[in-house]
Design a protein around this ligand. Structure first.
Ligand SMILES: [Zn+2]
Length: 274
């Protein structure tokens, strides 16, 4: 009792984080996430309509927010992307919602969070999702020294690789990257291109960095999507309002004839050649 009555917020937080880490990791896969691969596709779900291999040589930068080009999507095709995780309490809810609808997405992970929650990184991959990176600690790469910006990119990739495989590799196997706040520099764009890493911007987003109710967020993103018709959608799996909104958003997509496209890096033999 005393432990739970402790006024130390860090202790309470530690208990909550522990519960969030241990509980969903063991219980939820049996209920929802773990069943994903075995039971999908499943009638009545939104599903994943096709896989699009993204080749860095042909599509080095995608997303109309920052670049002139985006992915070759047909009308009513969307790519779901989630930034800033893993954060167990909310990421586990996002994964469960995606599994429920047999939907695959892409997660741009912060290296430091990946190193703190490697089990969530492995679970995300085990459930079929694509992993990209999003720096080590999420600074604006525009506002730090060039060498520090490169270190942020490299450390972020190494941390996610270590979470996945116990060690980092000399040639990255993680071929998707998104800049924090979309803030790139010419030098880092060149560097990523030279390494065969695709830079993802976005075509539309829910502005979920602003506080709003899940209902307000659902209206915002569905209004924007019906105006755009298709695109790469940016959400944050660290946001409770987004985790709460997601089941209704996936149902909206299903009921309104949208199709989920799952992006994957093209085979390394093609993507990593230059
Ligand atoms: Zn971010």
């Amino acid at each position: 009792m005393q432990r739970f009555n402790s006024s130390r917020p860090d202790r309470r937080r530690a208990v909550l984080v522990w519960l969030a880490l241990v509980w969903p990791a063991w219980i939820e896969p049996a209920l929802a996430g773990g069943a994903h691969a075995a039971s999908c596709p499943r009638p009545g779900t939104l599903g994943t309509s096709r896989v699009l291999a993204v080749d860095a040589a042909r599509m080095p930068r995608v997303g109309l927010r920052s670049f002139p080009d985006t992915l070759p999507l047909a009308d009513h095709e969307v790519v779901l992307t989630f930034d800033d995780g893993p954060w167990p309490a909310t990421t586990s809810r996002v994964l469960a919602a995606l599994a429920q609808e047999c939907v695959l997405a892409t997660f741009f992970l912060i290296g430091r969070s990946a190193s703190e929650h490697p089990d969530m990184v492995r679970r995300t991959v085990a459930e079929g999702h694509t992993i990209g990176t999003h720096t080590w600690s999420h600074p604006s790469l525009k506002r730090i020294k060039p060498e520090a910006a490169i270190e942020e990119i490299d450390h972020g990739i190494a941390a996610v690789e270590t979470a996945l495989w116990g060690q980092s590799t000399t040639a990255s196997t993680l071929h998707f990257f998104r800049f924090p706040g979309f803030e790139s520099t010419p030098a880092t764009l060149d560097l990523l291109r030279s390494r065969g890493i695709v830079v993802f911007g976005a075509d539309l987003w829910a502005s979920d960095w602003n506080r709003m109710t899940p209902k307000q967020e659902l209206k915002l993103i569905t209004d924007r999507l019906s105006a755009a018709g298709k695109g790469i959608i940016l959400l944050h799996d660290t946001k409770a309002q987004t985790a709460a909104m997601l089941p209704a958003f996936l149902r909206y997509l299903r009921d309104n004839g949208y199709h989920i496209v799952h992006v994957r890096p093209a085979e390394p033999a093609t993507a990593g050649k230059h």
